[in-house]
Design a protein. Structure first.
Length: 240
């Protein structure tokens, strides 16, 4: 039997990493000998629930002449398979035409290609339950965590742009904060990074500059000592 797996980011309560962990737990030799299909769509597609954005899913469910009962498609949950109930039903119909069984690992429910009305209704109820969880408190909590992580990553990226110059004196603080700024959506003007944000990641600038100056002075003194010793050694060799 051919084994396939599908992952997507259509619901926030199922991050890709969480899906991968569940698939690895239940599928022997994961991901070897498994045809893996993965759709990680951009926020615009998530908001519009664009079916066209799920290109890997379309490839996985395209029509085939394969005979029934020879394919298994694993998903972490039925809710990662589609945006809407109508979309989900289309996926189940396409899987049945392929002769593929769809297995949801979070509940252990299998929908064979010859599923009867009771089996389909059970799976559909699980899909709806998953979507409700994604739209209620749990989904918002996960979404907030993802958004916070994205903001932190963006801040760290912008902080890295000024990290080296923050301890130096070649640029003013205003220039550096502007360099580390961002352009809010819908605007053209760059908003400088807040000084407190820079301090949180890099420390107070005067302190950073003082420490850097002290290091430069120490290194310069050490270099003069080494150079002086080298000169003395050269003189001794010349006299001898």
């Amino acid at each position: 039997m051919a084994v396939r797996a599908y992952l997507s980011n259509v619901v926030r309560i199922w991050p890709i990493e969480k899906q991968e962990a569940l698939l690895a737990e239940h599928i022997p030799n994961w991901p070897n000998d498994v045809a893996v299909y993965r759709d990680e769509v951009k926020p615009e597609a998530r908001r519009s629930h664009s079916d066209e954005a799920l290109k890997e899913r379309a490839s996985m469910l395209r029509r085939t002449s394969r005979r029934h009962g020879t394919e298994a498609i694993y998903v972490a949950s039925f809710c990662v398979l589609a945006w809407t109930p109508e979309d989900w039903m289309k996926c189940m119909a396409a899987a049945a035409e392929r002769g593929a069984a769809i297995i949801a690992l979070d509940t252990g429910t299998t929908v064979p290609p010859t599923a009867d009305a009771k089996q389909m209704a059970e799976a559909f109820s699980e899909f709806l339950a998953g979507r409700r969880r994604a739209q209620t408190g749990e989904g918002r909590k996960v979404g907030a965590l993802i958004s916070a992580a994205a903001r932190l990553a963006d801040t760290k990226r912008r902080v890295a742009l000024i990290e080296e110059d923050w301890k130096g004196r070649a640029f003013s603080t205003e220039e550096l904060l502007l360099r580390a700024g961002r352009t809010p959506k819908g605007r053209r003007q760059v908003v400088p990074m807040a000084y407190n944000t820079a301090v949180l990641h890099l420390g107070k600038r005067r302190v950073a500059q003082g420490l850097h100056d002290a290091i430069l002075k120490r290194d310069a003194k050490r270099k003069r000592t080494i150079d002086g010793d080298a000169v003395d050694v050269t003189k001794q060799k010349a006299l001898s």
